[in-house]
Design a protein around this ligand. Structure first.
Ligand SMILES: C[S@@+](CC[C@H](N)C(=O)[O-])C[C@H]1O[C@@H](n2cnc3c(N)ncnc32)[C@H](O)[C@@H]1O
Length: 184
């Protein structure tokens, strides 16, 4: 059985935690990393690492002295990534995005997320977005991949500049929210 199929089965078994039955598309992996600064050392936070497909793309984009804190609630997904991605820049955090401030003090230079917001309460969702805003350096982005447009308003409530892009029209469609902190 190939790895993509194994990942799909692992996601489907925990559908109410993962919110997906397969990994995000290659187009999302590339596009979600578009705003990561590549010209200096940075700290990037990832929410919803899964089996590490986007994590690998983040690591490709950052400098040798940068760091990635990758949050994932599923212990076995963390174990999988620890066994398959050997990179000193990666810190796997087996905890929820809602606890980001317990692990990362900031400032951070990008938040890259594919967590299933549609399964979160409004309070939990807004808490994650606000905490992310607080730890981001001015001018930096929170980029969120989702299968729905419906959570965009929550990001607009907190972030200064937000745009939404449709990345693929496959079913379900994939959207990227690009949200920038701009302290005026
Ligand atoms: C849609 S999958 C995305 C996985 C992978 N990054 C991708 O692009 O295919 C969402 C992931 O978020 C994880 N997750 C769910 N709630 C979370 C939370 N509160 N904090 C961190 N990760 C969470 C799930 O276990 C799952 O691995």
């Amino acid at each position: 059985m190939n790895q993509k199929l194994k990942t799909s089965i692992a996601f489907a078994k925990k559908l109410f935690t993962t919110g997906a039955i397969s990994e995000t598309s290659r187009a999302v992996e590339i596009e979600i990393c578009k705003f990561i600064p590549t010209d200096r050392d940075v700290v990037i936070v990832e929410y919803g690492m899964g089996h590490g497909n986007i994590t690998r793309e983040i690591l490709k984009n950052i400098t040798p002295n940068s760091k990635v804190y990758a949050f994932e609630v599923m212990e076995d997904f963390c174990e999988h990534v620890r066994n398959t991605i050997k990179d000193d820049r990666l810190i796997v955090v087996n905890d929820g995005a809602e606890n980001v401030k317990n692990h990362v003090k900031g400032p951070v230079h990008g938040v890259i997320a594919s967590i299933p917001f549609s399964f979160f309460s409004k309070e939990k969702a807004l808490g994650i977005i606000q905490d992310s805003y607080d730890i981001l350096e001015d001018g930096m982005y929170y980029n969120q991949a989702l299968y729905t447009k419906h959570n965009f308003k929550k990001f607009q409530q907190i972030f200064d500049d937000c745009t939404m892009r449709k990345i693929s029209s496959k079913i379900p469609a994939e959207y990227l929210y690009d949200c920038r902190k701009v302290v005026r």
